[in-house]
Design a protein around this ligand. Structure first.
Ligand code: CMP
Length: 142
C-alpha cells in the first residue's frame, strides 16, 4: 500500500465540543501521522472557495455559513493508504448512516455539523492540502 497524504478538517462543531484530542488520537492509533496543522477561522468567502466543487448543490450556502461559524483545525495526515483510511475512520457523511465507532457516529450531530472533512481522492487531496498549507509548513515523518 502506498504512503499518501490527505487533508483532514476538524469542523467548527467538533472544535467547539473540545474533541480535537479524541479525533487526533484515532488517527494516530490507526497509523496516520499529523505532518501539518493550521487552526483558522475561515471567512464565508474562503469556505466557499474550499468547497467550490459543491457550488451548484442546494446545501452550498448552509455549508459555507457553517464552515465559517467558528475556528476549524486543518491538518495534513500522512500514512499508508491515508485517503481511504481517513474516510473509514470518519464514517459516512450523514452521521445517521455512519458505522458504530467512527468519528461521525460518535461526534457528529447532523449531515451539516458532521465533525470532520476528509479528501476523497489523490487529486483532491493535493488541491485541498495546497489550499491550507505551503510546502514549508509540511513536515514529512517517514
Ligand atoms: P464534507 O465531507 O465536508 O463535504 C461536503 C459537506 O457538505 C459534507 O461533508 C456535509 O457536511 C455537507 N452536506 C450537507 N448536505 C449534504 C448532502 N446532501 N450531501 C453531501 N454533503 C452534504
Amino acid at each position: 500500500m502506498a504512503v499518501q497524504r490527505t487533508l483532514s478538517i476538524i469542523k467548527p462543531d467538533a472544535v467547539a465540543k473540545n474533541v480535537i484530542g479524541d479525533i487526533i488520537r484515532r488517527f494516530e492509533e490507526n497509523g496516520l501521522s499529523v505532518i501539518a496543522t493550521n487552526m483558522i477561522h475561515l471567512s464565508a468567502e474562503q469556505a466557499g472557495r474550499f468547497y467550490a466543487v459543491h457550488a451548484e448543490r442546494p446545501f452550498y450556502k448552509d455549508l459555507c455559513s457553517f464552515m465559517s461559524s467558528g475556528p476549524v483545525l486543518a491538518m495534513c495526515l500522512e500514512g499508508k493508504n491515508a485517503i481511504a483510511l481517513n474516510r473509514q475512520l470518519m464514517g459516512a457523511t450523514n452521521p445517521k448512516e455512519a458505522e458504530e465507532g467512527t468519528i461521525r457516529a460518535d461526534h457528529a450531530d447532523s449531515i451539516d455539523a458532521n465533525a470532520v472533512h476528509g479528501s476523497d481522492s489523490e487529486e483532491n487531496a493535493a488541491i485541498e492540502i495546497d489550499f491550507f498549507f505551503s510546502n514549508l509548513d509540511i513536515n514529512s515523518r517517514l
